[in-house]
Design a protein around this ligand. Structure first.
Ligand code: SF4
Length: 270
């Protein structure tokens, strides 16, 4: 009954998103990597732009990392772009199984499972934040932990319609079963849901220190995107006006996101 209600709600009300209209593994991978830490509304234009510029894995491999980072600019968490670029340089095509996908740079078990399901039709259990919240509230009366979410998905998920099932739960979690004030009155599983409405959010907040490091890292990369010749650390520190610039340039260089040569910092040219 639960599964039937979810799937028939999706037929009527699911979101029509461009990455759901394709089974091209590369396009599915790009969308999943973008969606790892970015909201759908911001991913939509970035996804279209990125695929126009790099329509295939081969095209991405031919580009320099600097070009890829330029195209990624605005999405943040630039390691994702570096990892996609690394994958493109490592492989002429993407593997099909969760186990193989899981070995690729920056691809954890969740992304590997999502790509295996959405691109290759593999029947596999996985749960993002939205899925954990919907399944957890409906069955346990509270948001499920990572492990519980995957287990619930394994037990009650649709094996035959895995892609539609996961898309449906993601949509219900994003639009109806939202973290605070879920709209139970329009939910397809109201009446068979165990949520009591007294949940306290258990999400851990990112520390202010880590959040602001991320802001400065983003500012450094934005500066470099606008300058093909690069900039000195001193110029970056003056422009960004933050004492962490030198340390974070070092961290970005170790991660391969910038090149430092003779005191000049720039986006990678290879
Ligand atoms: S009935 Fe309410 S709490 Fe339960 S899954 Fe639907 S929106 Fe979430």
């Amino acid at each position: 009954m639960f599964r039937r209600r979810v799937l028939s709600w999706y037929r009527r009300s699911g979101r029509d998103l461009p990455w759901r209209r394709t089974r091209d593994p590369y396009r599915v991978l790009v969308s999943e990597v973008m969606l790892q830490q970015t909201q759908v509304a911001r991913v939509l234009p970035a996804y279209r732009r990125f695929l126009q510029r790099f329509p295939t894995l081969r095209g991405l491999a031919r580009a320099s990392l600097g070009e890829v980072l330029r195209e990624w600019s605005g999405l943040g968490y630039n390691r994702r772009a570096r990892d996609l670029h690394r994958i493109a340089r490592m492989r002429s095509s993407l593997p099909r199984t969760v186990a193989e996908l899981d070995t690729l740079p920056g691809i954890g078990t969740y992304t590997a499972s999502a790509v295996a399901c959405f691109a290759f039709g593999e029947s596999t259990a996985f749960a993002d934040t939205n899925i954990r919240r919907v399944l957890g509230r409906a069955v346990l009366g509270r948001t499920a932990t990572d492990r519980e979410g995957v287990e619930l998905d394994r037990q009650i998920g649709s094996k035959r319609e895995g892609a539609r099932w996961h898309h449906a739960l993601m949509d219900i979690g994003a639009t109806i079963c939202v973290a605070s004030r879920p709209r139970c009155e329009v939910c397809p599983v109201r009446g068979i849901c165990n949520y009591r409405g007294d949940e306290r959010s258990s999400r851990r907040k990112q520390s202010p220190f880590a959040a602001s490091d991320r802001r400065v890292r983003g500012a450094i990369l934005r500066h470099l995107v606008g300058s093909s010749r690069g900039a000195t650390v001193a110029a970056l520190r003056t422009g960004i006006n933050d004492p962490r610039v030198a340390r974070l340039v070092g961290a970005l260089a170790r991660e391969g996101l910038v090149e430092v040569s003779y005191g000049s910092v720039r986006l990678p040219t290879r």
